[in-house]
Design a protein around this ligand. Structure first.
Ligand SMILES: [Zn+2]
Length: 218
């Protein structure tokens, strides 16, 4: 049996990537060896990756401790491609998918913003309202994937210090996980019964790790 695999990951490259301000970029170095061996360097949140609860939550699980069962399974792609730059994605945009939600369902938010990958506009993506994230968590959802830098609007430091509650905190605080910088989610929208795999590289004690995210029709 073969499946048509949809690649939901961007390529890790030395140039042309969108990276969260201040995070390490990707670099690689071929060792002077007869065999090809490459030394790699990048941040735990560089490229298409998964946030572990410990990214935001002090005693949250690290990337090597996650329940893999949650990261492979039935998915729902929410089509919000009509949203503008920095526009809010609210529960009113998601509730039409409510009957497909439930325990163990992976929710992919499709903004279409991956087309701006590598450009300045990529930072001005639509964002998921924390209240909508709370309603997803209440319905048993613990894994959310976005085709943007993150589920939250990029904020200035003062707002963050003023105690602004973010969508990151809602999801990771519920023991959930967030897949960021996905691509190709548009192709999942048309699928009848999509299955998604978001398995991270098993890095001991780490707050995040790269994933080779895929989707296929079961
Ligand atoms: Zn992250």
């Amino acid at each position: 049996m073969t499946f048509r695999i949809i690649d939901l990951s961007h390529t890790l490259n030395a140039t042309g990537m969108s990276i969260w301000p201040g995070h390490p970029s990707f670099s690689s170095y071929k060792l002077p060896d007869k065999r090809n061996v490459t030394a790699l360097s990048f941040g735990s949140h560089t490229g298409t990756h998964l946030d572990a609860p410990s990214h935001f939550i002090a005693d949250g699980l690290a990337i090597d401790q996650l329940d893999l069962q949650r990261l492979f399974g039935r998915a729902v792609a929410v089509d919000v491609r009509g949203k503008d730059a920095r526009e809010r994605i609210g529960w009113e945009d998601i509730k039409g998918y409510e009957e497909k939600l439930g325990e163990g369902v992976i929710v992919l938010i499709c903004t279409g913003w991956s087309r701006y990958w590598g450009t300045d506009k990529y930072r001005d993506h639509p964002f998921l309202d924390p209240d909508a994230a709370t309603k997803l968590v209440e319905r048993g959802v613990r894994v959310i994937g976005v085709d943007t830098l993150g589920p939250d609007e990029m904020r200035v430091e003062e707002e963050v210090e003023a105690g602004w509650v973010s969508t990151h905190e809602v999801i990771l605080g519920a023991g959930g996980m967030i897949a960021e910088n996905l691509r190709g989610v548009e192709e999942v929208i048309g699928m009848e019964r999509p299955i998604v795999s978001l398995l991270p590289v098993k890095i001991g004690g780490c707050d995040g790790a790269p994933i080779r995210a895929i989707a296929f029709e079961a």
